[in-house]
Design a protein around this ligand. Structure first.
Ligand SMILES: CC[C@H](O)CC(=O)C(=O)O
Ligand SMILES: [Mn+2]
Length: 342
């Protein structure tokens, strides 16, 4: 593979954070320990652990965690011998206090996540993370919703606040390979910091998109073992590693150990196969936040509305992360309209 960056590629495994959405934030300490131990043993670079919506996400609105995420972070930190521990924080949900606590428990990298057009709200969190001595990464979510110039402008803001890398985050799994190429290439030309890419597989192009991102110069790459992430999941880590190895890119992560972790440790955690069903396909097709799927399915059951219609409507209304309460409102409105035959 011809890469446009000569920096090493670093993989962040997100099944214990993005995958938290899939298990409705019900991870146990034992599950987190087992997964972390297996990933660490394989040589994973970074392992992210937090509530699915980041630090402080355990609320009625986003879903309560079974176990306090700080306990999960502490457990994961104790299992990390080689891997570094990462956390995610969304300004407005997670506070400086939680970030400090996570740092104290052993988290050494933080991704500060904002909607793609709202990078300005990340300034304080980025600067606090830098003061705490953490590797600090910006995470621009729903990257398909902004034109390339806007994405570049927002990434530059994060860089100016002190971010050491900025991610193009395809939260909805809506980006197509040529759109990933345009975005990563524009960022490479405009930024002096590393570029990352986080995919969702709702249109079945997560691995392909990730390869394009790497070719264009992205060096921070996310994946989830067995696709254990919101919607249809993320770039499947063990598959990506095998494909990269076949392309002559070896990242020092043991592929057999990753396959075994996928089969024996993560596989049994899946509540259902992470295939691309009609719900996850609609997410990518409509460009809706992947973590909305479970909420839309629940709302659909409650109000007897097809979850696909709810997701399409959310897409039309450009509902973004943090507006989860709109899902019930939309379902209730649609149910009323159905009853009245409107
Ligand atoms: C709400 C946080 C979100 O799950 C972050 C993420 O992984 C994404 O936007 O894809
Ligand atoms: Mn995600």
């Amino acid at each position: 593979m011809k890469r446009k960056s000569d920096k090493p590629i670093k993989i962040t495994e997100v099944c214990l954070r993005d995958g938290s959405h899939v298990v409705a934030h019900q991870y146990t300490e034992e599950q987190v320990r087992n997964v972390t131990r297996a990933l660490d043993d394989a040589g994973m670079h970074y392992i992210e652990v937090s509530h699915g919506d980041g630090l402080g996400g355990s609320t009625l609105q986003y879903g309560r965690s079974l176990v306090d995420e700080m306990k999960l972070i502490e457990a994961a930190a104790q299992e990390c011998k080689r891997s570094k521990l990462a956390v995610l924080v969304l300004p407005g949900i997670g506070t400086a206090a939680e970030l400090k606590q996570a740092r104290g428990l052993g988290a050494s990298l933080v991704r500060v996540a904002t909607h793609v057009t709202e990078a300005d709200v990340s300034a304080q969190h980025i600067s606090i993370a830098r003061e705490l001595g953490m590797e600090t990464v910006g995470f621009l979510m729903m990257a398909h919703m902004a034109p390339v110039e806007k994405l570049v402008e927002q990434a530059k803001l994060m860089e100016s606040y002190g971010a050491e890398a900025v991610y193009v985050t395809d939260s909805a799994g809506a980006l197509l390979p040529h759109e990933v190429r345009e975005r990563i290439s524009a960022l490479r030309e405009s930024l002096d910091i590393e570029i990352g890419f986080h995919a969702h597989n709702n249109l079945s192009v997560a691995v392909a998109n990730t390869l394009v991102a790497i070719e264009e110069g992205a060096t921070r790459i996310d994946g989830s073992v067995r696709c254990l992430g919101a919607g249809a999941g993320n770039t499947q880590t063990e598959v990506l590693l095998a494909v990269l190895d076949r392309m002559g890119v070896n990242l020092g992560i043991d592929i057999y150990k990753m396959m075994d972790a996928a089969e024996n440790v993560v596989g049994p955690l899946l509540p259902r196969p992470q295939d691309i069903n009609r719900g996850s396909l609609v997410l990518g097709y409509a460009g809706v936040y992947s973590s909305f799927l479970l909420h839309a399915e629940r709302a659909g059951k409650r109000y007897n509305v097809d979850p696909r219609d709810i997701l399409i409507e959310l897409g039309k209304r450009k509902v973004v992360g943090g507006q989860e309460d709109m899902i019930l409102d939309v379902a209730a409105e649609m149910s009323k309209a159905q009853r009245l035959g409107v």
